[in-house]
Design a protein around this ligand. Structure first.
Ligand SMILES: Cc1ncc(COP(=O)(O)O)c(C=O)c1O
Length: 412
């Protein structure tokens, strides 16, 4: 249980975007699953980096030393955030690029005929890279099904796909389409039972629940700070022994760099790293505790209480609307198996039209497949323009949810 409850007024005052209006009414962001808004402290840290410590790494002069120190601090912040160690962190432009890059590196250690398991719940960035490297290295790529009824993973099917040749089980910790939170412990256990790597996509999970790569037993974990109030950047946390040994694409003088850094090609966005550190500190500042990690965990406990209440409020508001079909888990007794992201269709109105009608009222929602392509196909949504998606974050207010519910009611 969180020791600190969220102070929404104080929180929202830190986000300039949340003060925005549309035709004289407040603008409401329900597009968090696509990307979150950013507090001032993040923008300030990026400005500070660009204006006062803008230099390449490893120089003798002051701004280079300061830039190096900021990068080291970013590794510590990313390690605190992902529940791992600083030398296990690799930064990149976004999660997708790191997912492709590390799949290419790992696959160099696999044999033709080795097998990979992906899932229908995953964003395509955790599926397509395996199809690509599968072609390059002669791997067999399987896909575990989702249950069409409630959008959860069919663990029985996944288990049946395992074999002594399975090298990777690539899965998402939470679906960016349906909001389903997957049973991490069970999936990791299944992967490890055949000696496969647990390859976790924590991108959608991270704004809602704390990542803990080591504690969860995940071998490789990805996240994107722009989903949790930071700048556009990607982070991979890679088990140290793997990070140190997979063949990486490196320029020759850089070969001796420690573990995770081996996968950082060329000059990185130092300003984004500085902004990411500020985002971790912002989140940690919502909690209390003796260390940054402890404060993060405390903050996430409070975030979960708040978001769970919003999810329930939304569901109670829309459950009686006959013109709405909501996908994924809708039984409130099972809401601990989902995060506060919902997708739905509206009878008689294509998703793009619904998104446009809501946008005209200053309500930001997304429509389509959200790159969760396999789920969209599995649910028969792909040929119908996908679905409409709304997501709630810790800065979302109950009043915003009520406004959304009212607007959805008027679509009937
Ligand atoms: C679950 C999930 N995985 C991966 C990605 C891709 O992340 P990035 O945009 O950092 O490449 C997204 C982006 O929406 C996502 O929601």
């Amino acid at each position: 249980m969180a020791t600190t409850a969220l102070d929404l007024d104080r929180i929202r005052a830190q986000f300039p975007a949340l003060q925005r209006t549309h035709d004289g009414r407040p603008f409401a962001f329900f597009d968090g699953p696509g990307g979150s808004q950013v507090p001032l402290a993040v923008a300030d840290a990026m400005t500070q980096s660009l204006l006062h410590a803008n230099a390449n790494c490893g120089g003798a002069f002051a701004t280079s030393l300061e830039s190096d120190a900021a990068i080291e601090e970013a590794r510590r912040a990313a390690a605190d955030f992902t529940g791992s160690e600083p030398d296990e962190i690799a930064f990149g432009p976004n999660a997708t690029t790191l997912q492709f890059l590390l799949a290419h590196a790992a696959a160099r250690t696999f044999e033709p005929g080795d097998e990979i398991i992906t899932t229908e719940l995953d964003h395509d960035s955790n599926v397509a890279q395996w199809l690509r490297v599968g072609e390059d290295h002669g791997l067999v790529v399987h896909q575990a099904r989702l249950h069409r009824t409630d959008g959860t993973l069919d663990l029985h099917h996944l288990e049946g796909l395992l074999s002594p040749r399975t090298r990777v089980v690539a899965f998402t910790l939470a679906s960016n389409h349906l909001g389903t939170a997957t049973p991490i412990e069970q999936i990791v256990h299944l992967a490890h039972s055949v000696g496969a790597l647990a390859w976790g996509d924590g991108v959608h999970y991270a704004p809602h629940r704390p990542l803990d790569r080591v504690g969860m037993g995940i071998d490789v974990l990805f996240t994107s700070p722009y989903k949790w109030f930071g700048p556009h950047l990607g982070i991979a946390s890679i088990r140290r022994d793997l990070a140190a040994t997979w063949p990486a694409d490196r320029v020759r003088p850089a070969d001796e760099t420690p573990a995770g850094h081996r996968y950082e090609t060329g000059t990185q966005s130092h300003e984004a790293m500085a902004g990411m550190t500020a985002a971790v500190d912002y989140l940690a500042g919502l909690g209390t505790g003796p260390t940054r990690r402890a404060r993060l965990l405390d903050a996430y406990a409070a975030i979960r209480v708040h978001e769970d209440a919003l999810a329930l409020r939304f569901w109670e508001g829309v459950r009686g609307m006959e013109h709405l079909t909501v996908y994924g888990i809708t039984d409130p007794d099972r809401f601990d198996e989902r995060v506060a992201t919902f997708s739905f269709t509206v009878d008689g109105a294509p998703p793009a039209e619904v998104a446009e009608r809501l946008a005209r009222q200053g309500l930001a929602v997304w429509d389509g497949n959200f790159y969760a392509y396999s789920a969209s196909v599995a649910l028969g949504l792909e040929e119908r323009g996908g679905a409409v998606r709304v997501g709630f974050l810790h800065y979302t207010t109950p009043a915003e949810v009520d406004r959304l519910v009212a607007a959805l009611g008027e679509l009937g």
